[in-house]
Structure formats: structure tokens, C-alpha cells
Ligand binder design. Structure first.
Ligand code: SF4
Length: 483
């Protein structure tokens, strides 16, 4: 087909650029990916507020949560704590748990842990003796949710009269205590217009960071709650709020809002979330995200279902049900992959340092479970073989990536192993058994072959492959199927 015959793309009416809302000299800090070095531990699934947008509403008074003993047991596995410098406790409302201090003390005993953070609504922190006990036990970071700058809006959102006054008193108490204060605001229809005022209210308390999380519609898959504010309407007050943060020296972070609408604040966007100890069924209602431009936009995950580390996940299905795909509003970025940052550092951050385990377990959106996540499907497949992406193998090797495909020889799964010295890799292929196929080894369920690429020493690859073949053979019970 000649170029002139191709159907013409519909001209997009992109949202006009907004004027800069900050002073020229105020540098915009990049979102700190604190989640990449954190482990989230959840318990205390009950609450003294009743926020209209609650993302664990179905879990309250239902989930047992991670017991202290379960936390201790899980964190004995070094892969669970891998790279973690921070334990984050969240629920529900963890300050309602009588044994919270014991959790904090246990967290402080864990190897490599430098920070213990509570995600809380802050209501109980007004009790200074209680706050002091938390700090003495080892809490050094308080991440407090505040969703409005006035009592009327706040109390309407939390559905508890007096909540605004108590939350603010909790924020003040934390600021006075010297502990690190962080705030979080959920962006919903009820509050998006007052986001800048929230910054003005909180800034005098000296927060280390202010986060703005666009509505996370867990349990609201079809947008029935009517919480999703139009991104085109949120954009202006959100940018104003981010500008106020920057002018006051407070690093802002934005999650689950289209990165392409953040203009000069794109570097403040980060959709990552830490790996979590939480009941499996939490993931069954995980919101799905996508973008109509994900095939062309360099900010989207590199492949459908792939790692979301450093990427923009687009809009939730819930949002799309309520408002559509916003194809006239979004502005896909074509060019070098990376979250709105054209420098080399970004590429390193997005693709290596933070893309731990190829995204598995490193992001709520990537960790959505077999219902939608490709990586989750493959992780399930690897489990009986005692393999997972990101694991060290045979000393100096790492299982870097897993993928699946359908070729001339039928379905296959590929496992990519890389040595600690860069420059080469070994790709192992698993096919279903076929007596006519030539392969390196045949387990009860699979034909296994491999290919060595790049600068890999033959004896080093042979050692790793020998171990791998032994493991596959030993672990394969027979009857396994390729996903
Ligand atoms: S993937 Fe690209 S086009 Fe889609 S919302 Fe994100 S930045 Fe915008």
C-alpha cells in the first residue's frame, strides 16, 4: 500500500500545555522510588474511618492479615527481604492493632532494615504518649493520609465527623516529634479541586514528601462508585499542587495518573508499589490498567503484562468504564523509552536498578495475579520447578527473564540466564515432550534445550546448565503443562 492510500489517523485534540506553575529556578525532584527498597506487611484489617474510596473495603473485618509469626517466618527467607531497607506496616489501620509495637520491634531486628514506616490515617497519633512509644520501638517514618484541606470535605470523604481535626493534630504531633513525615492524598471527584490547598496546609509541617495517588479502584471494577475524576479536569489543580510542593522544597510523587498529562512534572510520576505480604485473595480484585496508546507510547510498559517498573500504566478499567479511553486527551510519547526523562540516568533506573525481578512482586499493577498479568502466569508456572525471575542461580548467574511464545515447534517457555559479568546470556527453552525432538535433556514434562549468546565462558555456562538440568529433573513431578 502506498503511503497516500493509508487511512489517515484522526487528528488528536491534545490538551493545551499549561503555563508553568513554579518559579523558574525551583528544580523538580524526581520521584523517590522508596517502594523499590521496601517490604509491605499488612495486618489489622479494620479501621476507625470509612473513606468512600477505600481500596481494602472488602477486606475490613474479613482478612486475618499477616500475623507476627507469619512475618517472622516469611522474612527468614532472604529472597523476601532481598534489597529491602524498609518495612512498611499497613492495613486497615495498623494503629488499632494492640501488638503493633511487637511488629515494629521485630522489624527492627531484621537484617538490612534501616527504616520502619507506618501507613496510617494519623488519627491515633494525636496521643503523644502512644506516638512516643511507637518511635521508641523503632518507627521513624509516618505516612499519613489526608484527603482534604477543610473539615467539611475531609469528614465527608472519611465519613467520620471530626476526622479532619484529629488527622491534622496527628500530623502536627509527628512534625513535633522529629520523625519523618510523609503524606498521601487520594485523588477522587470529591477533592481534586482542592489539591493545591492541601499542599498549603501541610507544607508548614515539613513533610519529606507528598504523594498524590489517583483513585485506585480496587473493588470498583466498573466505576460504579463514581469516584473517578476526569483526568482532564484533575490536571490543572494537580499541577498547581505539584508546583506548590516544588516551590516549598517538598518532593511530590504522583501515582496512577497519566504521565503524559504531567508536563514538566513527569519526573514526579512513579506507579511502583513495594512487594507485599498480604493474603492471596487480595490480588483477585486487583484493578486492571491499560492505555489505548500502549502500543506506541514509550512511557507504557515495554510489553503487555511486562514490568511496570519505571513505566506509566495508563488508566484503570474502572476509569475507562466511567469516562472512556481519553484518546483525545492523552499524549503518547514516541522516542527513547523512559518516564519523561531523556537522560541516561533514567534508563538505568527504569531498566535495571528498580526493575528487580523483572517487575514480579515489585508493583501492584504488575503483580495482579493470573487473571491478567503475564508475569504472574509465568511465575505460577515456574513455582513447582522452584524457580523465579530475579533469583540467583549457580552462584554467579541470575534468572533474568521468562517469556512464552508459540513457534514452528509449538508452544515454548524461554528462561534467560545472565552471568554477573555482563555481555552474554544463556537462553533455555522448554517444550512439551516430543520423542522426535532433539534436546539437551528430557524431564518428565518437558524437552529442554538451550542457546549460549555473547561473551559467556563455556565452562561457566556448562556448570550452570548442569545444575539447572538437575533441578528441573528433580522438581518436575510430571504432568506439568506450558502456560
Ligand atoms: S502510557 Fe503514555 S499515552 Fe498512555 S497514559 Fe501513560 S504517558 Fe499517557
Amino acid at each position: 500500500m502506498e503511503a497516500s492510500e493509508r487511512p489517515r489517523a484522526k487528528a488528536l485534540q491534545l490538551a493545551p500545555p499549561l503555563p508553568s506553575v513554579r518559579e523558574e529556578h525551583a528544580p523538580i525532584p524526581r520521584a523517590e522510588a522508596w517502594w523499590a527498597e521496601s517490604l509491605l506487611v499488612t495486618f489489622a484489617f479494620r479501621c476507625n474511618l470509612a473513606c468512600t474510596f477505600c481500596m481494602v473495603e472488602d477486606a475490613l473485618d474479613v482478612y486475618a492479615g499477616t500475623s507476627l509469626e507469619e512475618m517472622r517466618r516469611a522474612t527468614r527467607d532472604p529472597t523476601v527481604l532481598r534489597g529491602a531497607k524498609r518495612i512498611i506496616f499497613s492495613g486497615g489501620e495498623v494503629t488499632l492493632a494492640k501488638d503493633l509495637l511487637a511488629y515494629v520491634e521485630a522489624a527492627r531486628q531484621l537484617p538490612g532494615i534501616e527504616h520502619v514506616r507506618l501507613q496510617t490515617n494519623g488519627v491515633r497519633l494525636v496521643d503523644k504518649a502512644y506516638l512516643r512509644a511507637l518511635l521508641d520501638a523503632g518507627v521513624d517514618e509516618l505516612f499519613i493520609s489526608l484527603h482534604a484541606p477543610d473539615a467539611e470535605t475531609c469528614d465527608a470523604v472519611t465519613q467520620r465527623r471530626g476526622s479532619f481535626r484529629r488527622i491534622l493534630a496527628g500530623i502536627e504531633a509527628v512534625a513535633e516529634s522529629g520523625a519523618a513525615l510523609f503524606t498521601n492524598t487520594a485523588i477522587v471527584k470529591a477533592n481534586f479541586e482542592v489539591l493545591p490547598e492541601i499542599v498549603s496546609l501541610v507544607a508548614p509541617f515539613g513533610p519529606r514528601s507528598m504523594e498524590f495517588w489517583n483513585y485506585w479502584p480496587r473493588g470498583d471494577e466498573e466505576g460504579a462508585r463514581g469516584m473517578n475524576a476526569r483526568v482532564s479536569e484533575v490536571r490543572e489543580p494537580l499541577l498547581e499542587a505539584l508546583g506548590r510542593c516544588v516551590m516549598r522544597g517538598i518532593p511530590p510523587v504522583v501515582k496512577w495518573f497519566p504521565r503524559c498529562l504531567l508536563g514538566e512534572f513527569a519526573a514526579c510520576h512513579d506507579d511502583g508499589q513495594p512487594p507485599s505480604l498480604i493474603e492471596d485473595r487480595y490480588w483477585e480484585r486487583e484493578p486492571s490498567y491499560g492505555c489505548i496508546y500502549e502500543g506506541v507510547c514509550q512511557e507504557a510498559p515495554a510489553r503487555p503484562g511486562g514490568s511496570t517498573a519505571g513505566a506509566c500504566v495508563g488508566l484503570s478499567d474502572s476509569y475507562v468504564f466511567e469516562h472512556g479511553w481519553e484518546e483525545q486527551v492523552l499524549a503518547p510519547r514516541r522516542g527513547v523509552r523512559g518516564p519523561g526523562r531523556d537522560d541516561g540516568e533514567k534508563v538505568v533506573r527504569g531498566d535495571a536498578a528498580f526493575a528487580d525481578a523483572a517487575g514480579v512482586g515489585r508493583s501492584l499493577t504488575a503483580d495482579a495475579g493470573p487473571r491478567r498479568s503475564e508475569q504472574a502466569v509465568l511465575a505460577e508456572f515456574l513455582k513447582p520447578l522452584d524457580l523465579h525471575v530475579g533469583m540467583r542461580f549457580g552462584g554467579s548467574w541470575a534468572l533474568q527473564e521468562v517469556g512464552r511464545a508459540r513457534g514452528a515447534e509449538g508452544a515454548l517457555v524461554t528462561l534467560t540466564f545472565t552471568p554477573s559479568a555482563p555481555g552474554g546470556r544463556v537462553i533455555v527453552r522448554l517444550h512439551g515432550r516430543d520423542p522426535a525432538r532433539r534436546c539437551a535433556v528430557r524431564t518428565k514434562s518437558f524437552d529442554v534445550s538451550y542457546r549460549v549468546e555473547g561473551a559467556v565462558r563455556a565452562e561457566e555456562a556448562a556448570g550452570m546448565l548442569r545444575l539447572l538440568f538437575e533441578q528441573l529433573d528433580g522438581r518436575d513431578p510430571g504432568g506439568l503443562r506450558l502456560p
